[in-house]
Design a protein around this ligand. Structure first.
Ligand SMILES: Nc1ncnc2c1ncn2[C@@H]1O[C@H](COP(=O)(O)OP(=O)(O)O)[C@@H](O)[C@H]1O
Ligand SMILES: [Mg+2]
Length: 277
């Protein structure tokens, strides 16, 4: 489908959207969202255009750029968790609906393949372990946080914020989702409403709702540990190289939180494996 880029006017009245850590200047203008044009814009545009073409309803549409050079997307109506997180993030039904949405996203993005624009010279930060050898056969979302899912009538209806999308194995996205929504995090680092949540039981419900295959279930916990270790190094590198929100997160102690999560994963490994396999 050939799409003509339409140039939009700046919104007459703009409302600052907060919720993420990284992107500054995300605003709502009427039924649109304006995001600063950046390194990931070309990739996100191609990805959202693919999702539209295959009729996937669970993502914003890419509409064009505005007169200030910002990317213009549709504003997806619904509820999004802000900070502090609302009580409803503790709902099991909500969590399993996120898993179903992620599955639907994967099924829709599979035919997009691995376009060249997603090829990155991958630098392994000094000291970082290699990733586990998993088949990266689709473009994963890789940032399924509480703040990046829109809900409608109590069920997850759209993923937003595709800035970190990259070649992935399905199970890597499932790992990422469990980190936030199960949540696979120590109690002291969870948002209040998730403190009491049983991370084993929720993970089981979520991988069932996703329909995760048994091979992936078997590597889920080792993969979560590997990804956490790698994230520590990659976030430190991003803080050094890109600064901005990455620097702020690092200075606010995200590295130490990752270390605590690694210890939590190690301590709970047997129970988590038993829950998801
Ligand atoms: N297309 C959209 N539809 C509805 N809400 C959105 C949309 N894009 C962003 N938002 C809202 O703005 C917040 C921040 O936007 P996001 O794209 O996630 O930026 P960041 O990179 O800072 O996380 C989101 O958590 C959400 O509440
Ligand atoms: Mg976000």
């Amino acid at each position: 489908m050939e799409r003509r880029l339409r140039v939009w006017d700046s919104g007459a009245s703009e409302e600052l959207l907060v919720g993420g850590d990284v992107t500054e200047g995300v605003v709502r203008a009427g039924n649109t969202v304006r995001r600063p044009h950046g390194a990931s814009s070309e990739r996100v545009q191609a990805l959202l255009t693919h999702l539209e073409r295959v009729g996937f309803a669970g993502a914003p549409r890419f509409l064009g750029v505005d007169d200030r050079g910002r990317d213009v997307l549709t504003f997806v109506e619904g509820e999004v968790a802000g900070r502090p997180a609302p009580e409803w993030v503790a709902s099991d039904d909500r969590a399993t609906s996120v898993a179903s949405l992620l599955r639907a996203y994967h099924d829709a993005v599979a035919s997009f393949g691995l376009p060249d624009i997603f090829e990155e010279a991958s630098v392994l930060p000094d000291g970082s372990p290699e990733s586990l050898a998993v088949p990266r056969d689709l473009i994963g979302h890789r940032d399924v946080t509480l703040e990046n899912v829109v809900f409608s009538d109590g069920a997850a209806s759209a993923l937003i914020d595709f800035d970190l999308a990259r070649p992935s194995a399905r199970v890597e996205d499932v790992c990422n989702m469990l980190q936030w929504w199960a949540p696979w995090q120590p109690v002291e680092d969870r948002p209040g409403p998730l403190v009491e949540v049983d991370a084993c039981a929720r993970a089981r419900m979520m991988v069932d709702a996703y329909g995760l295959d048994s091979y992936s279930r078997g590597i889920l916990v080792p993969l979560a540990r590997n990804m956490a270790e790698r994230t520590w190094y990659s976030m430190r590198l991003r803080a050094q190289r890109e600064g901005g929100g990455w620097r702020r997160m690092w200075d606010a102690g995200v590295g130490d939180a990752i270390r605590r999560r690694q210890a939590w994963l190690q301590k709970n490994e047997d129970a988590l494996v038993a829950a998801v396999t």
